[in-house]
Ligand binder design. Structure first.
Ligand code: CP
Ligand code: NVA
Length: 309
Protein backbone atom coordinates (compact mmCIF):
# COMPACT_ATOMS: atom_id res chain seq x y z
CA UNK A 1 0.00 0.00 0.00
CA UNK A 2 1.24 3.47 -0.87
CA UNK A 3 1.68 5.13 2.53
CA UNK A 4 3.39 8.47 2.20
CA UNK A 5 2.54 12.13 1.99
CA UNK A 6 4.71 13.08 -0.98
CA UNK A 7 6.29 11.53 -4.06
CA UNK A 8 9.69 13.19 -4.22
CA UNK A 9 12.20 10.42 -4.88
CA UNK A 10 11.90 6.71 -5.67
CA UNK A 11 14.80 5.57 -3.50
CA UNK A 12 12.76 5.93 -0.30
CA UNK A 13 9.75 4.07 -1.68
CA UNK A 14 9.20 0.38 -1.04
CA UNK A 15 9.07 -2.10 -3.90
CA UNK A 16 5.43 -2.74 -2.93
CA UNK A 17 4.54 0.93 -3.31
CA UNK A 18 6.14 1.04 -6.76
CA UNK A 19 4.42 -2.21 -7.77
CA UNK A 20 1.09 -0.78 -6.65
CA UNK A 21 1.57 2.29 -8.86
CA UNK A 22 2.57 0.14 -11.85
CA UNK A 23 -0.33 -2.27 -11.36
CA UNK A 24 -2.92 0.51 -11.11
CA UNK A 25 -1.35 2.26 -14.13
CA UNK A 26 -1.93 -0.89 -16.15
CA UNK A 27 -5.57 -1.13 -15.04
CA UNK A 28 -6.10 2.53 -15.86
CA UNK A 29 -4.52 2.10 -19.28
CA UNK A 30 -6.83 -0.85 -19.97
CA UNK A 31 -9.83 1.16 -18.71
CA UNK A 32 -10.35 -1.38 -15.90
CA UNK A 33 -10.16 0.81 -12.80
CA UNK A 34 -13.71 2.21 -12.51
CA UNK A 35 -13.40 3.02 -8.78
CA UNK A 36 -10.65 5.59 -9.34
CA UNK A 37 -12.46 8.91 -9.03
CA UNK A 38 -11.16 12.21 -7.74
CA UNK A 39 -14.39 14.20 -7.92
CA UNK A 40 -14.11 17.71 -6.43
CA UNK A 41 -10.36 17.34 -5.89
CA UNK A 42 -8.04 20.03 -7.20
CA UNK A 43 -4.48 19.59 -8.40
CA UNK A 44 -2.17 22.60 -8.42
CA UNK A 45 0.49 22.54 -11.14
CA UNK A 46 3.40 24.75 -10.05
CA UNK A 47 5.97 25.06 -12.80
CA UNK A 48 9.19 27.07 -12.67
CA UNK A 49 10.25 25.61 -16.04
CA UNK A 50 8.45 24.87 -19.30
CA UNK A 51 6.74 21.51 -19.83
CA UNK A 52 4.66 19.72 -22.42
CA UNK A 53 4.30 16.08 -21.31
CA UNK A 54 4.32 16.53 -17.54
CA UNK A 55 1.96 19.48 -17.45
CA UNK A 56 -0.52 18.11 -19.97
CA UNK A 57 -0.49 14.50 -18.75
CA UNK A 58 -1.11 15.53 -15.13
CA UNK A 59 -3.77 18.00 -16.22
CA UNK A 60 -5.58 15.63 -18.57
CA UNK A 61 -5.19 12.79 -16.07
CA UNK A 62 -6.79 14.80 -13.27
CA UNK A 63 -9.73 15.73 -15.53
CA UNK A 64 -10.14 12.09 -16.58
CA UNK A 65 -10.38 11.13 -12.89
CA UNK A 66 -13.12 13.70 -12.36
CA UNK A 67 -10.97 16.35 -10.68
CA UNK A 68 -9.78 19.85 -11.55
CA UNK A 69 -6.48 21.60 -12.19
CA UNK A 70 -5.01 25.03 -11.58
CA UNK A 71 -1.82 25.86 -13.45
CA UNK A 72 0.68 28.39 -12.12
CA UNK A 73 3.18 29.27 -14.84
CA UNK A 74 6.86 30.13 -14.30
CA UNK A 75 5.99 33.83 -14.54
CA UNK A 76 3.31 33.55 -11.84
CA UNK A 77 4.79 31.19 -9.32
CA UNK A 78 8.17 32.83 -8.61
CA UNK A 79 8.78 30.64 -5.56
CA UNK A 80 11.11 32.35 -3.11
CA UNK A 81 10.97 35.62 -5.07
CA UNK A 82 7.39 36.88 -4.91
CA UNK A 83 7.00 35.17 -1.56
CA UNK A 84 8.81 32.67 0.64
CA UNK A 85 8.44 29.04 -0.44
CA UNK A 86 7.01 28.22 2.97
CA UNK A 87 4.29 30.87 2.71
CA UNK A 88 3.30 29.69 -0.76
CA UNK A 89 3.19 26.08 0.52
CA UNK A 90 1.03 26.93 3.53
CA UNK A 91 -1.40 29.07 1.54
CA UNK A 92 -1.75 26.72 -1.43
CA UNK A 93 -2.41 23.82 0.96
CA UNK A 94 -5.57 25.61 2.08
CA UNK A 95 -6.95 25.61 -1.48
CA UNK A 96 -5.62 22.47 -3.11
CA UNK A 97 -5.77 18.71 -2.51
CA UNK A 98 -2.48 17.86 -4.21
CA UNK A 99 0.44 19.74 -5.78
CA UNK A 100 2.70 18.71 -8.67
CA UNK A 101 5.72 21.00 -8.76
CA UNK A 102 8.59 21.44 -11.22
CA UNK A 103 11.38 23.47 -9.66
CA UNK A 104 14.95 24.34 -10.57
CA UNK A 105 16.49 23.43 -7.27
CA UNK A 106 15.63 20.16 -5.57
CA UNK A 107 15.83 21.99 -2.21
CA UNK A 108 12.95 24.24 -3.25
CA UNK A 109 10.79 21.17 -3.83
CA UNK A 110 11.82 19.70 -0.48
CA UNK A 111 10.90 22.95 1.25
CA UNK A 112 7.58 23.12 -0.55
CA UNK A 113 6.78 19.57 0.56
CA UNK A 114 7.92 20.27 4.13
CA UNK A 115 5.54 23.18 4.60
CA UNK A 116 2.65 21.88 2.52
CA UNK A 117 -0.03 19.90 4.31
CA UNK A 118 -1.23 18.30 1.06
CA UNK A 119 0.77 15.76 -1.00
CA UNK A 120 3.52 17.17 -3.20
CA UNK A 121 4.61 15.33 -6.36
CA UNK A 122 8.01 15.92 -7.92
CA UNK A 123 7.30 16.96 -11.53
CA UNK A 124 11.09 17.33 -12.16
CA UNK A 125 13.88 19.07 -10.34
CA UNK A 126 17.51 19.50 -11.36
CA UNK A 127 18.25 16.31 -9.41
CA UNK A 128 15.35 13.94 -10.14
CA UNK A 129 12.43 13.12 -12.42
CA UNK A 130 10.61 10.26 -10.66
CA UNK A 131 7.30 10.34 -12.58
CA UNK A 132 9.23 10.00 -15.84
CA UNK A 133 11.20 7.02 -14.52
CA UNK A 134 8.04 5.28 -13.29
CA UNK A 135 6.50 5.67 -16.76
CA UNK A 136 9.76 4.35 -18.25
CA UNK A 137 9.84 1.15 -16.21
CA UNK A 138 6.12 0.75 -16.90
CA UNK A 139 6.90 0.98 -20.65
CA UNK A 140 9.67 -1.61 -20.29
CA UNK A 141 7.37 -3.99 -18.40
CA UNK A 142 4.69 -3.51 -21.05
CA UNK A 143 7.15 -4.82 -23.65
CA UNK A 144 8.92 -7.57 -21.72
CA UNK A 145 6.36 -8.59 -19.06
CA UNK A 146 9.25 -8.87 -16.60
CA UNK A 147 12.20 -6.91 -15.20
CA UNK A 148 14.55 -9.70 -14.19
CA UNK A 149 17.30 -10.21 -16.74
CA UNK A 150 16.21 -7.19 -18.82
CA UNK A 151 18.96 -4.65 -19.58
CA UNK A 152 18.38 -0.91 -19.90
CA UNK A 153 21.29 1.23 -21.10
CA UNK A 154 21.24 5.01 -20.72
CA UNK A 155 23.63 6.92 -22.98
CA UNK A 156 24.34 10.63 -22.51
CA UNK A 157 24.34 13.14 -19.67
CA UNK A 158 24.39 11.99 -16.04
CA UNK A 159 21.32 14.09 -15.22
CA UNK A 160 18.00 14.12 -13.36
CA UNK A 161 16.47 11.56 -15.72
CA UNK A 162 19.35 9.12 -15.28
CA UNK A 163 19.24 9.60 -11.49
CA UNK A 164 15.58 8.61 -11.30
CA UNK A 165 16.11 5.76 -13.77
CA UNK A 166 18.88 4.41 -11.52
CA UNK A 167 16.48 4.39 -8.58
CA UNK A 168 13.52 3.01 -10.53
CA UNK A 169 15.55 0.25 -12.22
CA UNK A 170 17.23 -0.89 -9.03
CA UNK A 171 13.93 -0.86 -7.10
CA UNK A 172 12.19 -3.12 -9.62
CA UNK A 173 15.23 -5.35 -10.27
CA UNK A 174 15.92 -4.21 -13.85
CA UNK A 175 19.61 -4.26 -14.92
CA UNK A 176 20.84 -0.76 -15.75
CA UNK A 177 24.07 0.42 -17.38
CA UNK A 178 24.97 3.96 -18.33
CA UNK A 179 27.58 5.53 -20.56
CA UNK A 180 28.47 9.12 -19.76
CA UNK A 181 31.48 11.27 -20.74
CA UNK A 182 34.12 11.95 -18.09
CA UNK A 183 32.96 14.82 -15.91
CA UNK A 184 29.29 14.20 -16.76
CA UNK A 185 28.72 11.07 -14.66
CA UNK A 186 25.63 10.74 -12.49
CA UNK A 187 25.79 11.93 -8.88
CA UNK A 188 27.97 9.56 -6.82
CA UNK A 189 25.52 9.44 -3.92
CA UNK A 190 22.68 8.43 -6.25
CA UNK A 191 24.81 5.68 -7.83
CA UNK A 192 25.80 4.34 -4.42
CA UNK A 193 22.19 4.17 -3.27
CA UNK A 194 21.14 2.49 -6.52
CA UNK A 195 23.96 -0.05 -6.14
CA UNK A 196 22.87 -0.87 -2.59
CA UNK A 197 19.23 -1.30 -3.67
CA UNK A 198 20.15 -3.40 -6.72
CA UNK A 199 22.24 -5.74 -4.56
CA UNK A 200 19.14 -6.62 -2.56
CA UNK A 201 17.19 -7.15 -5.79
CA UNK A 202 19.95 -9.21 -7.42
CA UNK A 203 20.19 -6.81 -10.38
CA UNK A 204 23.09 -4.93 -11.97
CA UNK A 205 24.09 -1.23 -11.99
CA UNK A 206 27.16 -0.47 -14.10
CA UNK A 207 28.81 2.69 -15.39
CA UNK A 208 30.86 3.11 -18.60
CA UNK A 209 32.44 5.91 -20.56
CA UNK A 210 32.33 4.05 -23.88
CA UNK A 211 28.74 3.87 -25.23
CA UNK A 212 29.57 1.00 -27.62
CA UNK A 213 30.68 -1.15 -24.68
CA UNK A 214 27.68 -0.21 -22.57
CA UNK A 215 25.03 -1.09 -25.20
CA UNK A 216 26.20 -4.68 -25.73
CA UNK A 217 23.15 -6.93 -25.10
CA UNK A 218 20.92 -3.94 -24.33
CA UNK A 219 17.18 -4.62 -24.49
CA UNK A 220 16.50 -0.88 -24.26
CA UNK A 221 18.69 2.11 -25.06
CA UNK A 222 17.65 5.41 -23.50
CA UNK A 223 18.85 8.95 -24.00
CA UNK A 224 17.99 12.50 -23.00
CA UNK A 225 19.09 15.97 -24.09
CA UNK A 226 22.76 16.87 -23.72
CA UNK A 227 21.92 20.20 -22.04
CA UNK A 228 19.00 20.22 -19.60
CA UNK A 229 16.73 23.17 -18.95
CA UNK A 230 19.16 24.86 -16.58
CA UNK A 231 22.19 24.28 -18.86
CA UNK A 232 21.22 25.74 -22.23
CA UNK A 233 24.19 28.15 -22.17
CA UNK A 234 26.55 25.12 -22.11
CA UNK A 235 25.09 23.56 -25.25
CA UNK A 236 27.84 24.60 -27.68
CA UNK A 237 30.55 23.03 -25.52
CA UNK A 238 28.43 19.99 -24.67
CA UNK A 239 27.73 19.30 -28.37
CA UNK A 240 31.42 18.56 -28.89
CA UNK A 241 31.82 16.42 -25.77
CA UNK A 242 28.66 14.37 -26.29
CA UNK A 243 29.01 13.72 -30.04
CA UNK A 244 30.15 10.08 -29.56
CA UNK A 245 27.10 9.53 -27.34
CA UNK A 246 24.52 10.07 -30.09
CA UNK A 247 21.91 7.30 -30.49
CA UNK A 248 22.24 6.52 -34.19
CA UNK A 249 21.99 3.43 -36.39
CA UNK A 250 25.65 2.54 -35.80
CA UNK A 251 25.18 2.52 -32.01
CA UNK A 252 21.94 0.55 -32.33
CA UNK A 253 23.83 -2.05 -34.37
CA UNK A 254 26.26 -2.51 -31.46
CA UNK A 255 23.28 -3.67 -29.33
CA UNK A 256 20.80 -6.42 -30.27
CA UNK A 257 18.65 -6.78 -33.39
CA UNK A 258 15.49 -6.06 -31.42
CA UNK A 259 16.81 -3.43 -29.00
CA UNK A 260 14.17 -0.78 -28.37
CA UNK A 261 14.80 2.94 -27.97
CA UNK A 262 13.47 5.26 -25.28
CA UNK A 263 13.75 9.03 -24.81
CA UNK A 264 11.92 11.05 -22.16
CA UNK A 265 11.41 13.89 -24.70
CA UNK A 266 11.60 16.72 -25.63
CA UNK A 267 14.37 15.56 -28.00
CA UNK A 268 16.87 17.62 -29.89
CA UNK A 269 16.69 15.63 -33.13
CA UNK A 270 20.08 15.38 -34.82
CA UNK A 271 21.94 15.83 -31.52
CA UNK A 272 21.43 13.10 -28.91
CA UNK A 273 19.24 11.04 -31.28
CA UNK A 274 18.98 10.89 -35.07
CA UNK A 275 15.69 11.23 -36.97
CA UNK A 276 16.27 7.75 -38.35
CA UNK A 277 16.32 6.17 -34.89
CA UNK A 278 13.62 8.38 -33.37
CA UNK A 279 11.21 7.65 -36.25
CA UNK A 280 12.41 4.07 -36.73
CA UNK A 281 10.70 0.75 -35.96
CA UNK A 282 12.64 0.26 -32.74
CA UNK A 283 11.55 3.56 -31.22
CA UNK A 284 9.02 3.50 -28.36
CA UNK A 285 9.18 7.20 -27.54
CA UNK A 286 5.52 8.01 -28.12
CA UNK A 287 4.26 4.98 -26.14
CA UNK A 288 6.60 6.10 -23.40
CA UNK A 289 5.14 9.62 -23.51
CA UNK A 290 1.57 8.23 -23.44
CA UNK A 291 2.41 6.15 -20.40
CA UNK A 292 3.13 9.31 -18.41
CA UNK A 293 -0.65 9.84 -18.40
CA UNK A 294 -1.57 6.39 -17.05
CA UNK A 295 1.18 6.36 -14.42
CA UNK A 296 0.43 9.87 -13.18
CA UNK A 297 -3.27 9.07 -12.85
CA UNK A 298 -2.29 6.13 -10.64
CA UNK A 299 0.03 8.36 -8.59
CA UNK A 300 -2.65 11.03 -8.12
CA UNK A 301 -5.28 8.51 -7.08
CA UNK A 302 -3.06 6.56 -4.67
CA UNK A 303 -1.53 9.62 -3.02
CA UNK A 304 -4.86 11.35 -2.51
CA UNK A 305 -6.33 8.11 -1.13
CA UNK A 306 -3.39 7.63 1.22
CA UNK A 307 -3.78 11.18 2.56
CA UNK A 308 -7.57 11.24 2.92
CA UNK A 309 -8.54 13.38 5.89
N1 CP B 1 9.56 14.30 -20.36
C1 CP B 1 9.09 15.43 -19.81
O1 CP B 1 9.03 15.59 -18.59
O2 CP B 1 8.68 16.34 -20.72
P1 CP B 1 8.23 17.84 -20.40
O3 CP B 1 9.45 18.59 -19.97
O4 CP B 1 7.67 18.36 -21.69
O5 CP B 1 7.22 17.81 -19.30
N1 NVA C 1 16.99 16.44 -18.42
C1 NVA C 1 15.91 17.20 -19.00
C2 NVA C 1 14.64 16.45 -18.89
C3 NVA C 1 13.44 17.09 -19.50
C4 NVA C 1 12.20 16.28 -19.36
C5 NVA C 1 15.81 18.56 -18.32
O1 NVA C 1 15.92 18.62 -17.10
O2 NVA C 1 15.66 19.55 -19.02
Amino acid sequence: MLKRKDLISLDVMSKNEIDEILELSLKLKKGKAPACKLKDKTLGLLFEKPSNRTKVSFWAGMIQLGGHCIYLSPAEIQLGKREAVKDAAKVLSRYLDVIAARTYSHETLLELAKYSSVPVINALTDLLHPCQALADVFTIFEQKKKFKGVKLVYVGDGNNVLHSLLYAASKVGLDIAYATPKGYEPDKGVVQKALAISKKMGSVVKGYTNPKEAVVDADFIYTDVWASMHQENELAQRKKIFKPYQINSALLKAAKKDTMVLHCLPAKRGLEITDEVMDGKQSLVYDEAENRLHVEKAILYLLIKANKK
